[in-house]
Design a protein around this ligand. Structure first.
Ligand SMILES: Nc1ncnc2c1ncn2[C@@H]1O[C@H](COP(=O)(O)OP(=O)(O)OP(=O)(O)O)[C@@H](O)[C@H]1O
Length: 627
């Protein structure tokens, strides 16, 4: 075999090596020993440079599909092969107390709060430690340090609230009584100080107020709605009516709806608080989730499609719901999800606004969606929080004019440059967004063949394949992840240094969420977009967005922007637009109800002066990529 041929095989060997390493990391040794197809990996790896290895790669790929998935995700606590997944938290520890001290007996004695039928045997189950699985964190109870958030910038963060009698923000977690067990988890997470959205949202939520909150990507919104819910359940667990006795029906107290399946942190936050979290999402076996539910549930975290399925099977009742949170709320209420959400929230047995607390969070909140969302809220506070570091300049945004036909070679140039600059070090990860699933597969293969270990994630991948890909990416084994929009929201992967929009999305809000996969928690990041004539409709909102974020707008993009009509991607308000949005109730056209409807605004830090922001022109939009 020629040297060139042998060189050509190198990517395949590299891939096999990576897969083997990952398999062993995931402790799938027993499978490997007994599986012929896994031997393909080994043979491929061991094959001498001149030897023909045709077929082995395919076999190895087959093996990967068969055995790869790490039992890492939620609801996989005790998987069908009997693996116990430390991250899954499918079980609960013995003898929790639901009070604020964190230990001792549970509500309703031996059974779970919502499981009077006795399926949840706390005496036999141990709560898995979700902190063990953290690739990126030090062992629990280590010396506290922040995770890179620029605390000095906190004072400058522009914050705006509106609504009646808005509770004041706090500066520290110590100022809020969240309960000992939850405080311990906050320390385990190494959160030293609340982020700006947490400073404002947590005290508002703790007073029981409904909240519509808009804060930038990576700014800590998940904890902002999870902490008050967990704390509320810990505090009030003994009071209130008991759920009816209905065998096999779960009665959660809190429902967190999210469009993405990456829903891990809630379990971490609830660890050893006695609050039981069950995660249910499409793409994973429903039977496991049903079993989990039968053991009892306080907080149900679900994707809408899977929840509708559970409701239709009469395995979940929403009649005890005290807290409803919508993560990525704008996405949840857009045309793809809205009917499902309305069905869940308005047409089942969930208590109406006023009798439950509703918390809506997103990084983008177009006015049309705010208007829809108002149906779900009662006397709510609107909160808009700017980016940690006072502007989006934590993410350096670059737009390059690249013809369709040149995209691959351009990407290759970028990656080579990154590599020679040392950016492709173990933990500097690159996320490449493409438009189609086929495009994702093909780019992944092309990158691998060209010596850049890559993996991919898109809507045709099973949940297990997605988890495998994410683990491989997160661990740095394949430091390039090619993804469709399924990875645009909610994914919290530290060390994503570079987001490349190989194909730009059609909607500017999707762009915002995509680039928000870097520059998280106060870290800096780089976002590069490949722009050409096909993206003309995005020129104007993109140029506006970059300007808002103090980014350099190339002259050619400004020219495109000037040419393009102000269409559906327009960010309303013209000048002075900003991240974080603006309460639609403050627009004069919405003041029909006078000051009863609009409770007045409060520009906390004076950072927002001009009108504008997200708003006008939220176009027809995407359906769920997940369910
Ligand atoms: N108080 C805090 N101190 C330090 N790190 C924090 C704090 N709160 C959250 N983080 C970390 O910041 C990162 C981003 O948080 P999170 O995923 O909640 O952001 P988000 O606002 O929901 O982003 P997105 O809109 O993209 O989903 C996470 O890694 C989280 O652990």
């Amino acid at each position: 075999m020629s040297r060139a041929c042998s060189r050509a095989l190198e990517p395949a060997r590299n891939k096999a090596r990576l897969e083997l390493e990952l398999l062993s990391e995931l402790e799938l040794e027993p499978f490997r020993a007994s599986s012929n197809c896994c031997e393909a990996h080994q043979k491929l790896l061991n094959s001498p440079p001149g030897q023909k290895v045709v077929g082995l790669e395919e076999q190895a790929a087959f093996c990967r599909n068969l055995h790869s998935p790490a039992p890492a995700g939620p609801a996989m606590g005790n998987d069908i092969q009997g693996h116990v997944d430390p991250a899954a938290g499918g079980s609960h520890s013995v003898g929790h107390r639901r009070d604020r001290s964190g230990g001792g007996g549970g509500r309703g004695g031996g059974g779970g709060w919502n499981n009077r039928s006795g399926g949840w045997d706390r005496g036999r189950e141990r709560e898995a430690n979700p902190f063990q699985d953290d690739v990126d964190t030090e062992p629990a109870f280590g010396v506290q340090e922040n995770t890179g958030i620029n605390f000095d910038a906190y004072e400058d963060i522009p914050v705006e609230t509106s609504g009646k009698n808005v509770p004041p923000p706090v500066n520290t977690f110590a100022e809020i009584d969240l309960g000992e067990a939850l405080n311990l988890n906050i320390r385990r997470c190494k959160y030293v100080k609340p982020t700006p959205v947490q400073r404002h949202a947590i005290p508002i939520s703790l007073t029981g107020r409904d909240l519509m909150a808009c804060a930038q990507t990576g700014s800590g919104k998940t904890a902002a709605f999870c902490f008050p819910i967990i704390s509320g359940i810990m505090t009030n667990s003994q009071s209130g009516p008991r759920p009816p006795r209905m065998p096999r029906m779960a009665f959660p107290l809190a429902l967190i709806l999210s469009p993405t399946r990456e829903l891990y942190p809630t379990r971490k936050f609830a660890y050893q608080t006695g609050v039981r979290v069950v995660v249910a999402y499409g793409g994973a076996p429903i039977n496991l989730q049903l079993r989990e539910l039968e053991r009892g549930v306080d907080i149900l975290v679900a994707t809408p499609g899977r929840l509708v399925d559970l409701l239709e099977r009469a395995r979940v009742s929403l009649q005890m719901i005290k807290y409803l949170a919508l993560d990525e709320a704008d996405r949840m209420l857009d045309m793809g999800f809205e009917p499902q959400i309305r069905r869940i929230v308005q047409q089942m047995d969930m208590p109406p606004p006023g009798l439950r607390q509703t918390l809506l969070f997103s990084a983008t909140f177009p006015k049309e969606i705010q208007r829809l969302a108002a149906d779900f809220l009662s006397n709510y506070v609107f909160l808009a929080v700017g980016r940690v570091g006072s502007s989006t300049d934590l993410i350096v945004q670059r737009v390059e004019y690249v013809l369709e036909t040149d995209k691959r070679s351009h990407l290759m140039d970028l990656l080579h440059a990154q590599r020679s600059n040392g950016v492709q070090a173990k933990q500097a990860l690159t996320l490449v967004f493409v438009e189609t699933k086929k495009g994702a597969d093909s780019l992944e293969n092309w990158l691998c063949i060209n010596g850049f270990p890559a993996t991919s994630i898109h809507g045709d991948r099973t949940q297990q394949e997605r988890e495998y890909a994410l683990r491989s990416f997160k661990s740095g084994k394949t430091p390039i992840l090619v993804a469709t929009d399924v990875a645009a929201r909610g994914l919290d992967i530290p060390h994503v240094a570079h987001v490349v929009n190989f194909d730009l999305p059609n909607d500017i809000d999707d762009y915002v969420h995509r680039i928000g996969r870097t520059g998280r928690a106060g870290k800096s990041g780089l976002a590069t977009a490949f722009f050409n004539e096909n993206n003309s409709s995005l020129a104007r909102p993109l140029a506006d967005l970059m300007q808002e974020a103090n980014q350099e707008v190339p002259a050619w993009l400004s020219r495109f922007a000037a040419r393009s009509s102000y269409g559906r991607n327009r960010r309303g308000g013209g000048s002075g637009g900003r991240f974080g949005g603006r309460d639609f109730r403050r627009d004069s056209s919405n003041r029909g109800g006078g000051m009863d409807y609009y409770g007045g605004g409060n520009n906390v830090n004076g950072g927002y002066g001009a009108p504008g922001g997200y708003g006008g022109g939220y176009g027809p939009t995407v359906t769920s990529a997940w369910d």
